[in-house]
Write a protein that binds this ligand. Structure first.
Ligand code: ADP
Ligand code: ASP
Ligand code: MG
Length: 818
């Protein structure tokens, strides 16, 4: 039995829901007994609350909220459920929306909104989302059932935060599951009282629902699917350098979530802990990533603490006075008074002199907490033994959490040193007696800074950061972003290297966003937050960011950005690019770029200019740097042309092979861009320059593969017609070569200061004779390797290998930076 839970972020839109359903279907293939718990669509619960409050305040604007909720639910249903099945499902959705409308109208007319009514109103979010998603799964012909969890989870009537009646709940859940098969699709967050009133389990409570089901059914795992790579060392929205924690204990997870890590709802851990069921936190948008396992033990702890979390807005109550000293029972009275008003105390500290006691509570509870305490202590206050309760607002709790703290000395020293050195004043501090956490209270304005400096101090000492600014989101750029998103965590963990993408742009839009989410969600962010693309402005903003170790990545195929390169390098920003335009341009520019990089102590790297991810340029550089001299360069430098000639065997027609390769996307959209040989010429020029020969493009003789009349055809169809004219002469050449035991290859060679690119007949003594597929090959004859050239061979084209090469160049920059 497996329990999966998908949060609001995972079911925000119909596209995301489709993706979630793919994951459910995949899990179902492995585990036939599947319970899937859903939250409301992202933002719906907030909107239900806001709409109810407007109605209760007699504000007609509640109708606007209601309308948008109706529209969103009906639209999502229409997008997910095919017409033939829609009628019955739409009736259900419309009925629920009508119920919701009735109750909101009621709130508007009576101007009354009890916590009980609000719970009922909130329940529509989960009912509607889960029902719709279930219908969408049924449309895929997967056996499944919609489960209104109010019939199974029983709780008391603490509306807004129901306390679960575990024994009763377990009985009802188990008896339901004895009778039902297929995937059970369960609404999270909601339960019912013994009077059958709807009660919710606290904001974010769908996680808790999943755990309740998991425990009752003794599931093998409880998977919480969300929008981040598991529980992270800190909230990634506040600490861009946060990375995911691979293992943690239930207690650690409880502490982290108690102190604000929203990724998991605090009570979730208890039912799982009772039955020792592991909770896995997984990323819906990166399902292969292992995420975080919450379990009993963590033998592998690498850092002295597990994570840092914060509650961003709290109030502090200070109770002090001479009468506090030695007065037994004071604590009990104070906490009793607060408990009577159901006020939750987040943190307590007491000076050892017993002269003062500090309590942290949520701001909305502060006044009522002050009243409760003052009422209870009214005699002491009247007799001036105790002062009036002081309330300080606009504060945050920042807590460090981890079981390892118990065994490690010097943790608080490191904490205070980091805060102190950065000018952050600590208003109060508390250490849990279990030594699982140390919490500090700081001004709210210092919260983000405190989180970041503590994160650096505990996790990142010795970590290097690269700040990437990327233009170009075509095939290579998009693949690169995906790779960065996927490998970021591993780099951080294994190499202490943080690759932070600061900005992404394409020809239409640009977005600057330093959150760790950019590489994963760049498309959405460009659409939502992007501004129209303007290269000049992009570069100005990049320079103004003034970040250390900045890298500009040009993943465009055009010349447009090349004129900015010198300025970028001059601003101490490195450049990485697969784009050949700069290096194959005039020699003076090539030299200027290299000199600028050197002068400003930055890097200009372009390994992927030739042979995609193969280590060609670096090999030449290393040989030259080591004192060797490149005498000859021979090779087949184009994967496309390699493919054409490797496939051109007996019986085939050359024009058919070109046409077929174009159809499969192996050539440029217009194959003449490959067949004119210019691109190979540029590559050879770059290699020769790297080898130390100061050439211009005119020094490379490029013999195109086709006669000018064919290359100059006015349209693509005309070109294909004309191309047939070369079939016969090509066939003759191939046949005569074959008679001599040779094959045709489009070979680039450089020797004696001269370069040539041409179709040649090569025999078994030539390194390219045995080439196959779209492999490319390069042979370097050097002074030290005169008789046996160094040969590099492999896939020399494709978005994946090229993006890997670009990524490797980016990482290479970190080797040289501090
Ligand atoms: P869901 O909709 O899946 O329930 P939530 O928004 O409730 O998702 O929780 C996930 C969010 O929790 C993340 O997007 C992240 O911003 C926030 N978060 C806060 N602290 C942490 C942390 N330590 N680790 C991971 N995420 C955190
Ligand atoms: N939809 C509920 C909320 O927003 C429950 C959840 O998301 O877990 O609080
Ligand atoms: Mg949540």
């Amino acid at each position: 039995m497996l329990v999966m839970k998908f949060g609001g972020s995972s079911v925000r839109s119909s596209a995301r829901i489709r993706h979630v359903l793919d994951l459910v279907v995949k899990a179902h293939k492995r585990d036939r007994n599947l319970v899937v718990v859903f939250s409301a669509y992202q933002g719906v619960t907030d909107q239900l609350i806001a709409t109810s409050k407007l109605a209760a305040a007699g504000d007609k604007k509640y109708l606007v909220g209601l309308r948008s909720l109706r529209k969103r639910h009906l639209d999502t249903l229409a997008e997910l459920v095919p017409l033939r099945q829609r009628r019955s499902s739409e009736a259900f959705v419309r009925d629920r929306l009508a119920d919701l409308t009735d109750v909101l109208h009621g709130v508007f007319y009576t101007k009354e909104l009890t916590t009980r009514m609000l719970d009922y109103i909130m329940s529509f979010g989960e009912i509607l989302s889960t029902f719709t998603i279930t219908e969408a799964l049924k449309a895929r012909r997967i056996p499944c059932a919609f489960v209104d969890s109010r019939t199974l989870i029983k709780a008391d009537d603490t509306f807004g935060n129901g306390k679960v009646k575990y024994d009763l709940t377990e009985l009802t859940i188990r008896s339901y599951f004895r009778k039902h098969r297929g995937i059970q699709m369960v609404c999270g967050f909601i339960a019912s009282t013994t009077d059958n009133d709807t009660v919710t389990l606290g904001r974010g409570g769908s996680d808790f629902s999943a755990s309740i089901f998991g425990a009752a059914l003794r599931a093998r795992d409880i998977e919480i699917w969300t929008d981040v790579d598991g529980v992270m060392t800190a909230d990634p929205r506040k600490v861009p350098a946060a990375f995911s924690i691979d293992r943690m204990t239930y207690e650690e997870a409880m502490e982290m979530s108690h102190f604000g890590a929203k990724v998991i709802h605090p009570p979730t851990m208890q039912p799982a802990l009772d039955h020792q069921i592991p909770i896995r936190i997984k990323n819906t948008f990166s399902p292969e990533f292992p995420g975080t396992v919450i379990g009993t033990r963590d033998p592998s702890a690498k850092f002295p603490i597990k994570g840092i979390s914060s509650i961003d807005d709290i109030s502090l109550l200070r109770i002090q006075g001479s009468g506090m000293v030695g007065t037994a029972g004071l604590g009990r009275r104070i906490f009793g008074a607060l408990a009577a008003r159901q006020i939750n105390v987040l943190m307590v500290t007491q000076a050892s002199s017993e002269y003062s006691l500090c309590l942290a509570v949520l701001p909305q509870a502060a006044q009522s907490a002050k009243q409760a305490i003052e009422e209870d202590l009214r005699h002491e206050i009247r007799d001036r033994q105790i002062d009036e309760v002081l309330v300080e607002n606009s504060l945050s709790v920042v807590a460090i959490v981890g079981e390892n703290m118990r065994k490690t000395t010097g943790i608080s020293a490191r904490l205070f040193q980091a805060l102190g050195k950065n000018g952050i004043n600590v208003v109060a501090i508390a250490q849990g007696s279990s030594e699982l956490n140390i919490s500090t209270i700081v001004a709210r304005t210092d919260e983000a800074k405190a989180l970041n400096v503590l994160h650096d101090a505990f996790f990142l000492s010795g970590t290097k950061t690269l700040n990437v600014f990327l233009i170009g989101t075509g095939l290579i750029g998009a693949t690169l972003l995906r790779k960065i998103a996927r490998h970021r965590q591993t780099l951080l963990r294994n190499r202490s290297l943080e690759v932070r993408v600061q900005a992404v742009a394409n020809s239409k839009a640009m977005v600057f966003d330093s959150s760790a989410m950019l590489p994963q969600h760049w498309q959405e962010k460009l659409t939502r937050d992007g501004t129209p693309m303007n290269a000049g402005e992009f570069i100005l903003r990049m320079k103004a960011s003034n970040l250390p170790n900045s890298v500009f990545v040009d993943c465009t195929a055009s010349q447009a950005l090349v004129p900015h390169y010198v300025d970028i390098l001059g601003s101490s920003i490195s450049i990485v690019t697969p784009n050949k335009k700069a290096n194959a341009g005039p020699r003076a520019l090539y030299e200027l770029l290299h000199q600028s990089a050197l002068k400003h102590n930055v890097h200009f790297l372009y390994e992927t200019n030739v042979g995609a991810g193969l280590p060609i340029i670096n090999t030449i550089n290393d040989l030259v740097a080591g004192g060797d001299r490149i005498l000859r360069i021979d090779g087949v430098l184009s994967g496309t042309l390699s493919y054409l000639f490797n496939s051109y065997v007996e019986g085939g027609r050359f024009s058919d092979i070109v046409r077929d390769a174009q159809k499969r996307g192996y050539t440029e959209p217009d194959p003449r861009d490959d067949l004119n040989g210019l691109d190979v010429g540029r590559k050879l020029l770059i290699l020769a320059r790297e080898a130390g020969y100061p050439l211009e493009f005119r020094n490379i003789r490029v013999k195109p593969l086709l006669p000018r009349s064919v290359l100059n055809a006015r349209t693509l169809p005309e070109f294909f017609v004309k191309l047939r004219s070369v079939d016969a002469p090509y066939a003759r050449t191939r046949r005569s070569a074959a008679r001599d035991g040779k094959v045709l290859r489009y070979v680039a060679s450089f020797a004696d200061g001269k370069g040539e690119v041409s179709l040649r007949r090569v025999g078994p003594d030539h390194p390219s004779y045995n080439l196959s597929g779209s492999d490319i090959l390069i042979a370097l004859t050097t002074e030290n390797c005169r008789d046996h050239p160094i040969v590099i061979r492999g896939p020399g084209a494709g978005a994946d290998v090229t993006a890997t090469g670009v990524f490797a160049d980016i990482i290479r920059i970190s080797h040289h930076q501090s």
